[in-house]
Design a protein around this ligand. Sequence first.
Ligand SMILES: [Zn+2]
Length: 280
Amino acid sequence: MQTRGGGFANWFTPSPFSAVAPIPRLADNAKRRCYNEFMQQEFITRLPEWLQSMVDDTEARVGFPVDVAVDPQRARHRPGEPDALACELNHACARILLPHQDHFPAGSVLHELLHIRRCLVDGVPRVVDCQSCEHWSPPVAMAMAHYDNALEHLVIVPHELARVPERRAYWEAKLRNVWPALALIRHREREKRLMALANWVFLQQVLPDSACVGMARTVLAMLDIEAAAEAMHAEIAATLARKEDAARVWLNHMGVPLELAALEYTDTAHARTREVPLLH
Ligand SMILES: [Zn+2]
C-alpha cells in the first residue's frame, strides 16, 4: 500500500553511518525551562578560557543562556565509541545536551556551540520540511534535518578543526567506517549512492587530505558516480557561503523536489521564527 509521502522515505534513512544526530525542530512554544541566566557554573568552569569567552559572547548576543542538560538517552554505551553531545534551539532557548554529567569535552562543546551560533548569532537559515506541502510525511522531516546537519557540518567542522585539531581523529574515524560499509552492503543501491555523495562532499570539503580518499574513490567508481560526486562537491563549494543556494544544490543532487523544503530563519532579537518555502 502506498502511503502519503511514502515514496520519499528512502532519501536519507538514518543509518549506522550517520550516527551524528541532527538538531531537532523545536516548536516555537516549546517550553524549555532555564533556571539560570548563564551557562551553569559547574559546566562553564570545565571549559578552556577561549571557549568560555565564546559561550559568554553567544549568550550576550542571543539574550539567553546556553544551557546545559544531561539527557541519559544520548548514552549509547558502545565500546570504543565516545557518546556524542547534541543541541537543541529555537528563538528563545539554546541547550547543549550531554549523555552523562561527566562527559563535557571542549571539542564537542565547541561543535555544538558553532551549530548554535550559526543559527542564532549569524542568522543562517536551517533547511526544514515544508509542512504545507501535499507530499509531506514524517520521513521528509527527518530527511531535511539530516540534510541540514550535513550542510552545516561543511562549514562548522573546518572551524572546529582549526581551533581543536585533536578533533580530526573523531571525524577521520567516522569516515573510515563509512566507505567499507558502503562497499559491502548489497542492497538499497539508491540509498548507497546518496550516502556516498553526501560523505564525498564532506570528505572533499573538510578533510581533502584524508587517508580515506583512495578508498572513497574506489567506492564511487564501484557505484559509477565519480562524475556526479565531483560535480556535487564543486557546486556545493561554490554556494556554501549562501545557505539558500547550497540547500537548493544539495537537494537537487539528492533528487529531492524543492517544494518539500523550507528555510527556517530564527530571530532571537524579535523572538520569532520565520519559515520561507524553498520554492516561492
Ligand atoms: Zn553537528
